[in-house]
Design a protein around this ligand. Sequence first.
Ligand code: F3S
Length: 429
Amino acid sequence: MEFSMKLTQEEKDILNGKQGPVMAKILKTLVWYGEIYGAKKLVPITHEGHLVTSMGIGLMKPVFRTMDEIINEGITSKWKFSVDPRPIDYKNVKCNLLNKLIFSKIMYSQQKHYEQQLEKVGLINKDAFTCACYLPQTGNIPKYGDILSWAESSAVVFANSVYGARCNRNSGMIDLFGCIIGKVPEFGLLLDENRKANWVIEIKTSKIPEAQILGSAIGIKVQDGVPFIKGLDKFIGEKLDENTMAYLKDMGAASASNGAVGLYHIENLTPEAKKYGNKIINKDAKTFIIDDKVLEETYKNYPILWKNENAKPKLCFIGCPHLSLEQLNSWTEKLVENLKTNGKNKLSVRTILTTSPSVKKAFEQTENYKKLIKTGAKLSSICPLMYTNNPIAGKQPILTCSNKLRTYSSARYKTDAEIIDIITGKENI
Ligand code: F3S
């Protein structure tokens, strides 16, 4: 086999079958993948993995076959991994009979089987199903400079930008293959030169921008560029505390889904911006100014995909990406307070807040959990997109404050404040 990538003797041996035919195929796939992007070598991973493929969709037969081949050969991953959220939670996200039939017999018929496969290959634990794997309760937190094999776009952009780790936006199965071999091809955001900003974003708004709309405006403009954001620290501070991290989680997910941002820097805040300052900006970087008008226009341009624009929302999803503990507390307080102000006891729209299984467990121990449940809201660890993305569930008028969910489904985006007003009965849509 001829490859243009420079390979070590150990890698050549694996490719020649010294560790069996399955390991040879896995490494060959990684090498080919790297060569497409011009990688010159493979580099070792230095931290746990995160897989994007969490759903046992019956149609993904090649994935289940590949997993069986790996398991039958007795292969386990060198680096254990967390996985994106589960697609179903019949207890907290109730479905009608038809929906349940579609989910269990057609769409996610292989869920149980696939989860068993993941456990055999290297799943961290049964609670490791979340896109926000880097929250402290789940604990898949990379260090500065760590090399990762992750794929979930919202997690990759967070790890690169907020922790200063190094990871490309890989695809499903490539993330797993990297964890098994313990190496990834070196290209893209693993290299210093590609971590330099080719856009300068100047924030000139009159107040703190809505994280989800700011991320969207940035993503739409820079696409897969690397933005250096100036003027945001004025609103969110210069410390990476829980609130700031939650803001960046939501902003980054919107930039990664409305565009294809894998890394951003924020002046005076994120590690590489702090370390290198303006030196991390390319000389020919373009500038984009974001003011109130740009944010307003961005929001106004979102298409409404509901069949009837004036329909009463049937369902509302809050938490894509999964909410942090701090966000759960803050949502609960706002919902309780606004219900009281509006003279209501219960939310007027079926509302699901989503978070990681380990954050859910921690939140369930608090007084706020009881308060949240009393409002009629439910707490789940599913991925709202996987729930929404089918012909039956997708036909419902669904509300969300997630720009990622809006982008990939027919759910309608509203800001956090608007969502609160609608679901606590202050105003109609
Ligand atoms: Fe997470 Fe699913 Fe949203 S993976 S970012 S909850 S689409």
